[in-house]
Each structure stands twice: as C-alpha cells, then as structure tokens.
Design a binder for this molecule. Structure first.
Ligand code: SAM
Length: 473
C-alpha cells in the first residue's frame, strides 16, 4: 500500500539525515518484481547498511541481545511479499521482523520460546487506543501517592518476592518501588485491560533492565513513567502509519515443533541463536523473575545455550546442529512452495575452532526440500550495543537464502535422520580440524597438544550424538 510505504520512507529520512537507505533504494525494492528479479537485486545490496538508524518507532521499546537490524527483514519483506501475505519469524526475539511486517501492511507470525521475547514482540505490534493510555496514566498518578505510603511495607514485600535472588542486586528502596508498580499493573490486569497490562509490563521490564545496567542509584518511578510516555508516543506515531487490516500473531513455542499449518507462510526471515554464544535465560533472568516468567523452561529448551556439556564443548555443536536442522525442517513444512527463507547467522567459536554455522545450514538444505540460492556476507557494526559482536566473539554475519522447492520428505522429529545428518557434518568438521587445527584463536595461544586433543574430543562427541540430539523433556 503506497501510503504505508510513503510514510515509513518519510520517517526514515526524518530520523537521520545520514540514513543510507535512501529514496532510491526504497523505491527500487518496493517495485513490482518477479521472484527472479528480486533475487537478482539482492546482489546489488550493501548488506552492511553502514550508519543506518536501527532504532525507530517501537524498535526502541526494549533492549534485546543479538537482535538483527530492521533493514534486513524490511528488504526481504518488500522484495518477496505483497500486502496481506504472511511473514514468519520462528525465533522472533524482540520482534524486529514483526514490526517491519506491521509497518508495511503484511500479516506476520512470530514464535519464540522466551516468554519475555513474545511479550515484547506483542507490545511492539499492538496499537492502543488513546482512551486506554489515559486509563494507565490515571493509574500511574494514583500509584505515585502509594509509592510514599507503602514505603514502610518493604520488608514484607521482600518476604513475598517470587525469588529471593532479586534482593541481592537491588536495594530495599528499589524493591519497594518496583513492587508498587507491579501491584498497579496487576490491578490493570484485574480490570481486564489486557493490552494495557502487557504494555505496562514491557515498560516495567525495560525499567528493570535499566536498573540492572545502571545500578541502584536510579529514580525507579520516573524511569518507568518516562518509558510509558515514550512508548505511548511511538505507538501513536505508528497508528498514523500502519494499515489496520494486517494481523500480527505472536506465540510462545518451540521452533523445532511449530504450531503453524503446513504451506501457510509466504516468507521466513529469522536469526537463530549461535552455538556457544549466549544463554538468553541468563541475560533476562532479573526481568523474568520480576515478571514471574519461568526461565527454567527456557534454559532447558533454548537452542545454542552453553550451560551444559562443560567437559566436552563439541557436544554443544552436535546438539546445536540437530536443533537447527529440526527448525529448518519445520520452516520448510510451513512455507509455501517456491517461497523464500532467509536465515541470518554469524560464525562462532568452540575450543579455538571456528564454527561457520551458515555452511552447515547450506549443507542441510537439499535433503529437506530447500534449494540454497546464495549467501551474503555482512560486517556487523561493532559500535552498536548488544549486537552479536559483543556477545559471542562474532564480527560478521551471513544471510543465507533458501527457496522451498519441495516438501521435506523427513519430519523434524525423525531422530534417526537427524542423527545421521549431524554425524556426517561432525565427521567433516573433525577432518577439517585434523588438517588445520586452531582456526579461531584469539588472545592467548593454546599448546599444540591442546589443539590436537580437539580431534579426540570431536570423536567422543560423535559417539554420543544419538543421545545428545534428543529433545529434552
Ligand atoms: C538471535 S535471537 C533473535 C533476535 C531477533 N531476530 C530480533 O531481532 O530480536 C534468537 C532467538 O531464538 C530464540 N530461541 C532459542 N531457542 C529457541 C527455540 N527452541 N524455539 C524458539 N525460539 C528459540 C531465543 O529466545 C532468541 O530470542
């Protein structure tokens, strides 16, 4: 729809004069292209998007580690879908793909195992009527009085906290104030203002995130109120831009077994976790505790986590490859035939060895009904906070593009197939390490013996594939 596109274009130009996505770029990718033309255009894009503004509208609501820049989903959405098509991100994180779909009049489905991710994604794509903003503002006004009155009940509040760990990092004053905000939010929930309640919880969670980053000296209630005010401003701005006919569906679920119909999606754009890069449950622990979300379950099911297999880190690789293969089979199942799936992933490192995840994904493709079209390389802007570069020693990333050419003959829960496919990749990896050990050495050099030992450890990891690839619980 032209108006949506025109307004977002205006917005991009307003936000930052140096924004490198200029009119010409937007007009080219918004043209009416055949799939082949669109695929050919991908070659012409500078995927670094150097200097672009990545934080606008609801993208600014809440920090989230390893999110991708909105220009990536934006480009794929414009090139490969039309209005009312369905875009899926099966590991949607804080909803970057969904926000871009929403701004450009596409329907979208976001899935993530992390309940905080799905909460943020939902709030970033849900418009709130002005009357409901007045309602929460009244609540906050009333709450401000209680902040003083309830001050004496802090000890009692600490006793009632869902987890005593919280009292270790925040002082009593802060805990008291956070609890008062939480009580106000629960009142909103009781009064059945569900979207306002979720909106308030994201502002609350962003406040907690600021506290964790900036320490106990912060003014809690004013930080919360400012978050509410700025989120309100951005949502009202978005209300002027978006097409109201499109829907956004956000679900908390496992990318390895999506609850989505076969052949129902027109485009997938996603960035999965990297092996050994980040434990999402750890990053979000305090927010999740305050929001009373279960991070134990996330720890068990998150892909790429590294809080286990401490004695042999290569077992993490077989587990990761199996999880990603299952997820790719699911992506194939839900995607319509002939449609595009773009996966953004970076290299990572395990025991001094480089893990080029995109190469594994490329090798998996043809056995599961995908054709690998091309892989594009992009440098990550290291000055940006919470990009993958800051987390898992990742300096660059790859955009891997597949096309669905047939239905996968195997299902995501075919453990024998998964084990065989992973074994093949692990054996190839072992051969590479045998010939060329230490492909990712940073800092202090390991001894030769230490590197040689890696080959043996990969062999042990190969022996335990059958058990390591099983989905837990
Ligand atoms: C790199 S982040 C995605 C960031 C996202 N592109 C964004 O811009 O916010 C990877 C996501 O995968 C999610 N994830 C990990 N294991 C998962 C699983 N088994 N099923 C679904 N999502 C999972 C994590 O919770 C995390 O949000």
């Amino acid at each position: 729809m032209n108006t949506t596109y025109a307004s977002s274009q205006q917005l991009y130009l307003d936000v930052n004069d140096e924004f490198s996505i200029n009119d010409e770029y937007i007009s080219i990718i918004s043209g009416n292209h055949s799939k082949m033309e669109a695929l050919n255009l991908l070659d012409k894009i500078d995927w670094d998007f150097g200097g672009v503004t990545t934080q606008y509208l609801s993208h600014k609501f809440h920090s989230y580690p390893a999110r991708f820049i909105p220009q990536i989903p934006f480009t794929f959405i414009k090139l490969f879908t039309k209005e009312n098509d369905v875009v899926l991100d099966p590991m949607c994180g804080c909803g970057t793909t969904l926000v871009e779909s929403f701004l450009n009049g596409r329907n979208s489905i976001g899935n993530d195992f992390n309940p905080l991710a799905t909460l943020i994604s939902k709030v970033k794509t849900t418009l709130i009527p002005e009357a409901d903003f007045r309602y929460i503002e009244k609540k906050i006004f009333k709450m401000k009085k209680y902040l003083d009155l309830d001050y004496g009940r802090i000890e009692e509040r600490i006793d009632n906290l869902p987890n005593r760990n919280i009292s270790k990092i925040f002082n009593k004053t802060i805990i008291g104030k956070l609890e008062t905000i939480k009580e106000m939010l629960l009142e909103i929930k009781d009064e059945n203002y569900n979207d306002v309640y979720d909106f308030g919880r994201v502002a609350f969670s962003a406040t907690i995130w600021s506290l964790v980053e900036n320490g106990n000296g912060m003014d809690v209630e004013n930080t919360f109120i400012k978050k509410v005010q700025f989120m309100k401003k951005e949502l009202l701005e978005m209300a002027k831009i978006v097409s109201r006919q499109s829907y956004t569906k956000v679900m908390q679920g496992d990318a390895r077994k999506l609850e989505i119909d076969d052949d129902s999606v027109d485009l997938i754009v996603t960035s999965p976790p990297y092996v050994n890069a980040l434990d999402y449950y750890r990053t979000h622990m305090y927010n999740m505790l305050w929001l009373e979300m279960d991070f134990g379950l996330l720890k068990k099911h998150e892909i790429g986590g590294h809080s286990h297999f401490i004695m042999n880190r290569f077992r993490l690789l077989s587990e990761y490859l199996a999880d990603m293969l299952r997820s790719m089979i699911e992506m194939n199942r839900v995607l319509k035939n002939g449609k595009i799936c773009a996966i953004v992933v970076g290299n990572s490192s395990l025991e001094y060895e480089l893990i080029e995840s995109h190469k594994y994904f490329e090798s998996f493709a043809k056995d599961i009904g995908f054709e690998h079209f091309k892989t594009f390389f992009r440098n990550i802007d290291k000055s940006r906070k919470y990009t993958s570069a800051n987390i898992g020693q990742i300096d660059d990333e790859f955009i891997v593009i597949f096309q669905k050419v047939s239905d996968s003959k195997v299902s995501a829960n075919d453990d024998d197939f998964i084990a065989q496919a992973v074994k093949k990749q692990m054996e190839t990896f072992r051969e590479q390490i045998r010939k060329n050990p230490g492909t990712s050495i940073r800092g202090k050099k390991p001894t030769k013996a230490r590197l040689l030992n890696n080959v043996e450890r990969i062999s042990f990891a190969i022996d335990t594939i059958q058990q390591d690839i099983k989905i837990k619980g």
